[in-house]
Write a protein that binds this ligand. Structure first.
Ligand SMILES: Cc1cc2nc3c(=O)[nH]c(=O)nc-3n(C[C@H](O)[C@H](O)[C@H](O)COP(=O)(O)OP(=O)(O)OC[C@H]3O[C@@H](n4cnc5c(N)ncnc54)[C@H](O)[C@@H]3O)c2cc1C
Length: 598
């Protein structure tokens, strides 16, 4: 088998914010580092992030601090978040934003010249550092420039298909160049997974083609565990029309900057969906909600800024009750509330997105929006302090890592998460590699096996087309493991996933190895299936509703379930099992933060 081989201390899989931040830190710690990414450098999901980076910098509200951010994050996650992750995240996010500025990022400013911060759902104070609605672009531009300036090796358009291990842990990774189809292996004692999300398992999603859950699946295959996989975030506002753009994100900044939701009868329906948990801080009348925009300190927040799961469920209910728009969404209106100049300045991407894709002018007309699969709270179970997975030498950061956001992520908390834990993962991965004596060895039989598995779809004749299987999986997850779930539907989903696994084992692809998207999809599909199985199994097991997991047959949250996380472990035969794991006990000095009223 022809194979290109390289040797490094740390291999980072993924070049989004988490991967690049990890690579920079590992390099600065003295390690030889490679970054591998499926698409072009700079084209990760992070670049699509619009709203901003959550960090308690107190630029607009001096009362803001890490304790309030910690509390907001834990409450948003309904207290399932490992407290230590949420604590480190809230404490370190402001430094990570300032560091980006030192490295050349240009954030929007306040009148006093400080970094401007905007409002998002679930955050007590305006705390999202932003660049218009193109924050991710600036974040990636800055990290990418630094990565290149530091001379870190980047392998782009290169997909990792397998992690390699021996009895002592990680030994490297195996993959292929997408353009030529040639194989490549990296020998390294540390691998950082930073592969992002899983949205492509669903039919309607804000995620792009890359998000097939590779890192989640690679980690499981290597013997690591996944946590919280039942919690998938359906962002309340994706585009619903025309069909070709269904699912594309409509940033929460529209609501943060004054946009309101209305049903087909013209009612501002979110007032009917305020849960008791958030009643104290949520406005109960239009007048009170509107006052909040003038004086955010003393007035209660508009109900449109409740956490995403609450808003997505409310929209779902309105549409189901027959009060939806002609294309099955609800109206999001900023035109009647803000001037065209304000909208074009604050939301330039949204203005162009709707103008070009839907022929809607958002400065004069409402948008049609509905829920879209956006983010997975579940991911690789890691040590909060060093991002280490259960396999020695394996680390995970960013969306592929689980736990940090509990049952539901607050907007803006992903970009801060990937900076905080990307840095920590890079540091720990370098330390792990540099303290090792001698080289790791890549076993020839493991490399040959990885190569054979990758080429198998070419060997079979007359098998099924990968696109048909992908379509059926996405439909299954959309219909049976979506926003609202029931036991019989999830059992049906698991049966269909088992059948899809058999069909995947029989896929065949035509043509040659040079840039062959059908072959690429055939290699992604096993990842998508195992991730979907984890979501369905964990969702079936959790018999309550909480955050991004709503059971029609168990509509209430249950105090007993608040004490446990669900962990997916590999069974060794390509399947997964789910076990319960009690939450770590929060120390009293953090528990008392929930009594504070700031
Ligand atoms: C439209 C949109 C808007 C968003 N807005 C915000 C926001 O305003 N604020 C916020 O906090 N969050 C936002 N999010 C969420 C946030 O952008 C993502 O959660 C975050 O960027 C994930 O970063 P990451 O570094 O973990 O992974 P990503 O940026 O997703 O990068 C993953 C990388 O892994 C690579 N990869 C994947 N599989 C493989 C493989 N097998 N081999 C090699 N490489 C691989 C990909 O090529 C890519 O380079 C938004 C998300 C979307 C989709």
């Amino acid at each position: 088998m022809e194979l290109e081989r390289h040797e490094y201390d740390v291999v980072v899989v993924g070049a989004g914010g988490a991967g690049l931040r990890a690579a920079i830190e590992a390099h600065e710690s003295g390690a030889r580092v490679a970054v591998v990414c499926k698409s072009l450098l700079g084209k990760a999901h992070t670049v699509m992030a619009e709203g901003g980076i959550a960090a308690a910098m107190a630029n607009l509200y001096p009362e803001d601090n890490w304790r309030v951010h910690f509390r907001d994050t834990m409450r948003g996650g309904t207290m399932l978040n490992p407290w230590r992750m949420a604590q480190l995240h809230a404490q370190e996010a402001p430094d990570r934003v300032r560091e980006l500025e030192d490295w050349g990022a240009l954030f929007d400013r306040t009148a006093d010249g400080l970094i401007s911060q905007r409002d998002f759902g679930g955050h007590r104070f305006a705390r999202l550092a932003h660049v218009g609605d193109r924050t991710g672009l600036e974040l990636i531009r800055t990290l990418q420039q630094r990565t290149v300036a530091l001379g870190i090796d980047v392998y782009m358009e290169c997909t990792v298909t397998r992690l390699l291990t021996d009895d002592a842990g990680i030994t490297g990774a195996f993959g292929y160049w997408r353009e030529s189809g040639r194989f490549i292996a990296w020998e390294a004692p540390s691998v950082v997974l930073a592969t992002g999300g899983i949205g492509k398992s669903y039919k309607v999603t804000s995620n792009s083609w890359e998000y097939t859950g590779d890192g989640h699946s690679l980690a499981l295959q290597a013997g690591a565990t996944l946590v919280n996989m039942e919690f998938v975030q359906f962002h309340p506002t994706g585009m619903v029309w025309p069909p070709s753009v269904r699912g594309i994100l409509v940033t929460e900044s529209v609501r943060g900057d004054g946009g309101i939701l209305k049903n087909s009868a013209g009612n501002r329906f979110m007032f009917d969906y305020i849960p008791d948990f958030f009643r104290k801080e949520t406005a109960e009348s239009e007048a009170e909600a509107d006052r909040w925009y003038d004086d955010k300190k003393n007035n209660r927040r508009p109900p449109e800024l409740l956490p995403r799961d609450e808003v997505a469920r409310a929209i779902n209910s309105e549409v189901k009750a027959g009060r939806g728009t002609p294309h099955g969404g609800v109206f999001l209106d900023i035109a009647s509330r803000r001037s065209p100049e304000y909208i074009r300045k604050r939301l330039p991407s949204m203005y162009h997105q709707f103008k070009e894709l839907a022929e809607v002018d958002i400065t004069s007309e409402p948008m049609e929006v509905g829920p879209t699969c956006h983010y997975v709270m579940g991911g690789v179970e890691v040590d909060p302090d060093n991002a280490a997975a259960r396999v020695p030498g394996l680390f995970a950061a960013g969306e592929v890592a689980g736990g940090m956001h509990g049952s539901n992520r607050l907007g803006g908390n992903s970009l801060s998460d990937l900076l905080v834990f990307g840095r920590r993962a890079g540091l720990a991965a370098a330390e792990h590699a540099l303290k090792r004596m001698g080289r790791v060895e890549l076993a020839d039989d493991a490399l040959a096996d990885a190569g054979r598995a990758a080429l198998a779809p070419f060997e079979r004749e007359g098998g099924e087309n990968p696109y048909t299987v992908q379509h059926d999986l996405q439909q299954t997850m959309h219909d049976l493991v979506g926003i609202i779930r029931t036991a019989p539907e999830m059992e049906q989903a698991l049966a269909r996933i088992a059948a899809l696994k058999e069909r995947v084992a029989n896929l065949s692809v035509e043509g040659h190895r040079q840039y062959n998207p059908g072959w690429h999809l055939a290699l992604d599909l096993p990842h998508m299936l195992i991730v979907s199985e984890c979501i369905a199994r964990a969702a079936l097991e959790r018999q309550e509703s909480r955050g991004g997991h709503t059971r029609d047959d168990f509509p209430a949250s249950d105090a007993e379930w608040a004490k446990t996380n669900l962990i997916c472990t590999p069974t060794g035969d390509g399947g997964v099992a789910v076990r319960h794991q009690p939450l770590p006990q929060m120390p009293p000095e953090l528990a008392e933060i929930f009594e504070e009223t700031a």
